[in-house]
Write a protein that binds this ligand. Structure first.
Ligand SMILES: [Zn+2]
Length: 160
């Protein structure tokens, strides 16, 4: 049994919540699953914009930030990072980790990636060999979204 409070998450915010209550930008544990072999999977929502508030991320913003998250999480959590995906509702990202579910560790790594983006000179993997829509990127817009997420850094875990 995984003790989510021990990992730094408020247990009442874990799982599926009424989307009308969600705050953003925020970092929220969606699920924690212990596998029979003893390893654990953690699904985390990085919510950038409030749901149904008419403030959706553009496809270009989602795409470029996704590339930065992919590069950064592979580099900084190579043993634990499993995958990143964009939310179809255009309000954030799904992150999956194996055997790393500590809220502050995950937040610290995300902060490092978002801060590092401010010094980046290009969107990672934005080339024809590594991306399925390589022209649809914006370094400037990705950086702006990163700054927006960072403005609420101290309250990220206050997700609803
Ligand atoms: Zn791509």
């Amino acid at each position: 049994m995984i003790d989510v409070e021990q990992l730094g998450w408020r247990s009442e915010l874990v799982g599926e919540l009424d989307h009308r209550l969600l705050k953003a930008p925020s970092v929220k544990l969606r699920s924690a699953r212990e596998n029979p072999g003893g390893s654990a999977l953690y699904c985390v929502d990085l919510r950038v914009r409030r749901p149904n508030a008419g403030e959706y991320l553009s496809d270009t913003e989602l795409h470029s930030v996704e590339h930065f998250l992919l590069e950064g999480l592979q580099r900084l959590l190579p043993e634990h990072f499993v995958s990143v995906g964009i939310m179809g509702c255009q309000t954030g990202f799904y992150l999956v980790f194996a055997d790393e579910g500590r809220a502050e560790r995950i937040c610290a790594v995300l902060e490092q990636i978002l801060r590092g983006m401010q010094d980046a000179t290009a969107v990672p993997y934005a080339c024809i060999e590594q991306c399925g829509n390589y022209r649809n990127h914006s370094l400037e817009r990705a950086r702006a979204v990163a700054r927006e997420i960072l403005t609420r850094r101290t309250d990220w875990l206050d997700a609803a």
